[in-house]
Design a protein around this ligand. Structure first.
Ligand SMILES: Nc1ncnc2c1ncn2[C@@H]1O[C@H](COP(=O)(O)OP(=O)(O)OP(=O)(O)O)[C@@H](O)[C@H]1O
Length: 653
């Protein structure tokens, strides 16, 4: 027993040691080791997942480009030993918060390989993050595999101008998040899957293919682009309500009905929705019975609506009377929003249903509310009834701060004299509400009538960058200013990319439109609410912006001015001197150091990086729009400066 040897002795000692530790501490030690073990496992898992994602992306690129030797294109450098997000692989766009792959944009790279969506969509991390796949304008062959249905987050699929063929898989119609589908100018054949079941789809381009069968019963009022011309479709065109012209349907000899000249006969099949498809097999007598029942139900509904309307009118008249006798005050005082809006708006209120729910994009006769927690059960009536404070009267309209019954504070922007047709305004609002970025304030709801356009936003309690920069005492240090510049640049670049094809830009970018949320993070407000006709005359567009205009470059100019404000701490027009002119003249005289805010100098901010940022700003405010960089380039440049700043802070520590 005494000769148990050194190993056994150690075990006995450690066993004894463990026994000496109290039970609760033992449990603590065990749980710490379990946590360490689980964390190590998940870290290993993350690393192997990241490797798998990289490998899959590289394989996908080899296949689609038709180059297995890695020589896809001189600008595309995707390598296993680099990181798609941190090393900014061209064509790959990541979510800056969790570094997941959001978009693969590989348009016009002259690729001539084959498409293998299964490769992407079979890999769970990619399938769960990818929202946008675009391969427009290549010469890619192959089919869309049914695995596309696993890429459930896809909102956009752009495959136009390739040599893709075969039938479209029915799983395409299972992509519930899909908004924009472009398969035009390919060789696709067969029938369309029932894409009309995707409620959010608002663009479908399939022209110049060999598709046949009936067109699904799309609700075309939801679409801003629709084209199925030059295929072999047959039967009725879905009900149009004038949204699209004949150009969208030409070149399908067996297609009939409005807006084509060919009338439909009883033999022509109707657009098929799922419901219709099952009804069709039941034969004409049942169809007729259903039709008569439909007429009867419609009659009852009309009678009910008339009665309801009469009741409401009575109620509404009482309400407006009450509003008219409500509190009224001068600018800045508390009043009711209803006191300031037009009589048409009031009349609309009296007619409205007051029962709008927060269903996404649900249309009420008056207020359209987007699906957001703050907007739950937001009703026009509540807005009108709530106390409102006028907090701004700009050239675009007035802004009211409104406290709702539930204690939530919102702001209502009343846009002045915007004669945009209601349909276009609604489309624009829907498009804007879909382009979501954590640093861009999207509208909670809007109201639109011929004379009145109202937009509702969350109230941001920490004010604007304008106030923060020019208020006293000065508190905004260099690192925060650089951080704000980087965040806004990235958000703006995102919006330009998301809404570029709609031609929607901010149009009125200035420091009063950069708001600080409750975490003091900056967010861009009023994106895209500048009247289109005014975008040319944006207050910060340089004189050369009018004429042959790249509207995006107007925003780049506005952003450049914000950078100048951040660097100089001066107002855009202070003492009648234009900030841009002043900075340019000082730099010309080679007194660059004079430009910077004394506050920044006093905190010993890096002059090198301030000069780098100043160079970016000067490029943005270049008098000629073509010479200005794109917002994407600006965001990259500022990120590099920010990274340098971060590295220098680490060295200092
Ligand atoms: N959602 C919001 N929350 C808090 N403050 C806001 C919000 N939106 C705007 N503001 C602030 O309210 C003030 C008035 O806004 P308004 O949009 O009327 O002014 P403006 O941007 O100078 O004018 P315009 O947009 O017509 O050129 C500004 O200081 C702005 O920063």
């Amino acid at each position: 027993m005494e000769n148990l040897g050194p190993r056994t002795t150690k075990l006995v000692i450690s066993h004894k040691l463990i026994h000496q530790i109290p039970y609760s501490s033992q449990m603590e030690i065990i749980s710490i080791w379990v946590v360490v073990f689980v964390t190590t496992l998940s870290l290993l898992n993350i690393i192997s997942c990241e490797d798998e994602v990289k490998r899959t992306l590289i394989q996908f690129l080899s296949q689609v480009s038709g180059h297995n030797d890695g020589q896809y294109n001189s600008t595309l450098v995707w390598k296993q030993d680099s990181d798609p997000c941190k090393d900014l692989w061209q064509g790959v766009y990541c979510d800056p918060h969790n570094m997941s792959i959001k978009r693969l944009l590989l348009d016009s790279f002259n690729f001539s390989g084959t498409l293998d969506v299964a490769m992407l969509c079979n890999l769970q991390p990619l399938a769960a993050s990818l929202t946008f796949l675009s391969l427009d304008g290549n010469k890619i062959r192959g089919v869309i595999a049914s695995e596309i249905g696993k890429c459930t987050q896809l909102t956009r699929l752009h495959l136009s101008g390739n040599q893709l063929a075969g039938e479209l898989p029915s799983s395409l119609a299972m992509l519930d998040n899909l908004k924009r589908l472009d398969i035009s100018n390919n060789h696709f054949s067969g029938a369309l899957p029932n894409l009309s079941r995707i409620s959010g789809l608002n663009m479908f381009l399939a022209q110049n293919n060999h598709l046949r069968g009936t067109i699904p019963a799309f609700n075309l009022s939801n679409f801003d682009q629709f084209n199925v011309s030059f295929n072999n479709f047959s039967g009725h065109i879905p009900i149009l309500h004038g949204y699209f012209s004949a150009d969208s349907f030409l070149g399908n000899p067996d297609l009939c009905g409005d807006p084509l000249t060919k009338n439909c006969t009883s033999n022509d099949s109707m657009p098929l929705s799922e419901a219709h498809a099952s009804e069709e097999s039941k034969g004409p007598p049942r169809e007729q019975i259903l039709m008569y029942l439909g007429y009867a139900a419609l009659g009852v509904i009309i009678v009910l609506l008339v009665v309801l309307k009469l009741c409401r009118r009575k109620k509404g008249e009482n309400k407006i009377e009450a509003m008219d006798t409500g509190v009224s005050a001068n600018d800045g005082g508390v009043e009711k929003l209803s006191n300031n809006v037009s009589s048409e708006y009031k009349a609309e209120v009296s007619r409205s249903e007051f029962s709008v729910t927060s269903e996404s994009g649900m249309v009420s006769p008056s207020l359209i509310v987007f699906s957001r927690p703050a907007a739950t059960e937001l009703r026009l009536e509540d807005l009108l009834r709530a106390p409102a404070e006028l907090i701004g009267r700009g050239k675009n309209g007035s802004l009211y701060k409104v406290m709702l019954d539930n204690g939530i504070m919102v702001v209502v922007k009343r846009i002045k004299d915007w004669t945009i047709p209601s349909h276009d305004f609604k489309q624009r609002m829907r498009i804007l509400s879909e382009a979501k970025h954590p640093h861009v304030l999207s509208p909670l709801a809007f109201y639109c009538s011929k004379q009145e356009k109202l937009l509702v936003y969350d109230y941001q309690q920490n004010g604007s960058l304008l106030k923060l920069l020019h208020g006293t005492p000065k508190t905004l240090d260099w690192t925060s200013r650089l951080g704000i510049a980087a965040t806004i640049a990235e958000a703006l670049a995102f919006m330009h990319q998301e809404l570029g094809h709609h031609g929607i830009v901010h149009g009125n970018l200035k420091s009063s439109n950069i708001l600080l949320n409750k975490n003091m993070e900056p967010c861009i407000s009023e994106y895209g609410v500048m009247r289109m006709d005014d975008q040319r005359a944006s207050p910060f567009a340089s004189p050369m912006d009018t004429g042959a205009l790249d509207i995006f470059k107007g925003d780049v100019y506005g952003f450049g001015v914000i950078l100048l404000e951040l660097l100089t701490g001066k107002l855009v027009k202070g003492n009648g001197i234009d900030l841009t002119d002043w900075v340019q003249s000082v730099v010309r005289e080679e007194w660059t150091g004079e430009v910077f805010d004394k506050f920044l100098i006093s905190e010993c901010a890096s002059e090198e990086r301030m000069v780098n940022l100043l160079q970016v700003a000067i490029r943005c405010v270049n008098g000629s729009p073509e010479a200005r960089p794109s917002m994407n380039q600006v965001a990259l440049m500022i990120n590099t400066i920010k990274e340098d700043e971060e590295k220098s802070l680490i060295y200092e520590v």
